[in-house]
Design a binder for this molecule. Structure first.
Ligand code: ADP
Ligand code: ZN
Length: 436
């Protein structure tokens, strides 16, 4: 077996046969979707009553988008397309933006998902020799179990640590000689800031790689993590509605995330008009499941913003790559009329060398106006009592932010460990403008 691929034929399939396969799987998916009352009524309205009405991939455009609210309305069993007896597991989204959505899986659904994760792991160059500490949460959230089963299939040695208990994580990493971790980028930053306090140093570890995902993070945050730990950080994207991790993953070349297009049809649309934007233009990602039986989902609007790269990757995988997720279309902040994404702020501050591992974007009302404060932790060595030095650092951060976001924010400098930390998805924005 070629060790650098998991399912070589599928991963390197030419585009034309891939499209043919997509059409076949789309037609099957539509037939399964029609078994749910939700899609039956949706699709009948646009004159799709069986897969015979899908003659080419172009016909996908006839299908209306599915939103998170549509899925929520089906809670708890409204989107089930198979007998409940054939469902072997249920997962939900983490509920970052409200009531969670539920996804049911048959045995074959889980089997396919596991192969997608296995492919992703192998694409990063990991092998059965790796010791894999999974610091994502196990349970209804898909991050933990998703990577777990993929890693098990490839044969890695798994330490199912889950998140939290930072000191114990470090001890496990040291004692078992962990080479690979799966973790949110904010928690990895946090671990970096706690090493010394817990009596560890980088020399105690043999870490080589980290899979970071579940929340947006900037290219500069990746660089910072790679430099401070001396490792490779691979971006991993997924969402429970599309199984979880293993939707899009970076390969060894780290130049965008391959989306497994034999399992998902991927579109990028203008979030306002719904118009397809093709490649190289940033918009909202929309996915259609192709291999899922229990919960088929057609044209799901993720609200995640990214673009599709043009061209092929050196790794020979033919599946197209997406950029880093810059945020969700619904986490755009409007501050005194100006649109700001938290990711723009992160990109700026994380390239400033004095800035430490945590930050928070804080919004409040000041009279009729919005006040934006960026709270930044900086390294403790900066607190020497030299106030002039701190003032000039603050000025520098304000100026760089102003250039990027057009607004002039207030900036607060804090010592490490002061701002709230999260072991799961970070909550970077505190918006107190509605509160009295
Ligand atoms: P919820 O929507 O409740 O957060 P999920 O647990 O399914 O539910 O999380 C999926 C979401 O997490 C994605 O839609 C995306 O917004 C975010 N996400 C996952 N991986 C990444 C990543 N690598 N970069 C940025 N955001 C990510
Ligand atoms: Zn590649």
């Amino acid at each position: 077996m070629d060790v650098s691929f998991w399912q070589k034929d599928l991963e390197t399939i030419e585009r034309q046969p891939l499209k043919k396969l997509q059409l076949k799987l789309l037609r099957e998916t539509v037939d399964f979707a029609l078994k749910t009352p939700f899609y039956k009524s949706r699709l009948h309205k646009v004159a799709i009553t069986s897969s015979d009405d899908i003659k080419s991939l172009e016909d996908l455009k006839k299908i209306p988008f599915t939103t998170k609210d549509d899925l929520r309305e089906g809670y708890p069993y409204g989107h089930l397309a198979v007998d409940l007896g054939d469902v072997v597991r249920i997962h939900t989204s983490s509920g970052t933006t409200g009531i969670p959505t539920v996804i049911y899986h048959t045995k074959s659904d889980l089997d396919n998902w596991t192969d997608l994760v296995a492919r992703s792991i192998v694409a990063t160059g990991a092998t059965k020799k790796d010791i894999f500490q999974n610091m994502m949460s196990y349970g209804l959230f898909t991050g933990g179990l998703g990577l777990h089963y993929g890693a098990e299939r490839v044969g890695l040695t798994i330490i199912p640590a889950g998140p939290g208990n930072t000191k114990r994580q470090m001890q496990l990493m040291k004692d078992f000689r962990t080479t690979l971790i799966h973790i949110t980028p904010s928690y990895l930053l946090h671990i970096g800031s706690k090493l010394e306090e817990f009596g560890f140093s980088l020399k105690d570890f043999v870490l080589k790689k980290a899979y970071c995902g579940a929340e947006p993070y900037s290219g500069n945050t990746r660089k910072k993590l790679e430099k401070s730990f001396g490792i490779d950080v691979y971006n991993s994207y997924g969402l429970s509605e599309m199984n979880g991790p293993g939707v899009s993953f970076e390969c060894v070349n780290k130049c965008g995330m391959h989306t497994w297009e034999d399992a998902y049809i991927m579109e990028v649309i203008d979030p306002k008009t719904g118009k397809n934007l093709g490649e190289e233009k940033e918009g909202e990602l929309v996915f259609t499941t192709l291999r899922r039986r229990a919960t088929p989902i057609l044209r799901y609007r993720t609200r995640d913003l990214a673009f599709i790269y043009k061209g092929t990757c050196r790794c020979k995988r033919t599946h197209r790559r997406i950029s880093r997720i810059t945020g969700r279309s619904d986490d755009m902040l409007i501050v005194n009329g100006v649109n700001v994404f938290p990711s723009q702020i992160e990109e700026v501050i994380m390239k400033i060398p004095e800035v430490g591992n945590n930050y928070q974007v804080y919004l409040e009302k000041e009279g009729a106006l919005d006040k934006l404060t960026v709270k930044v932790e900086i390294y403790s060595k900066m607190f020497t009592g030299d106030l002039l030095q701190l003032d000039s650092l603050k000025e520098k951060i304000i100026n760089e932010l102003r250039a990027a976001i057009i607004l002039t924010p207030a900036v607060e400098l804090h010592e490490p460990g002061v701002l709230p930390v999260s072991e799961g998805k970070a909550k970077r924005v505190a918006d107190n403008r509605q509160k009295i």
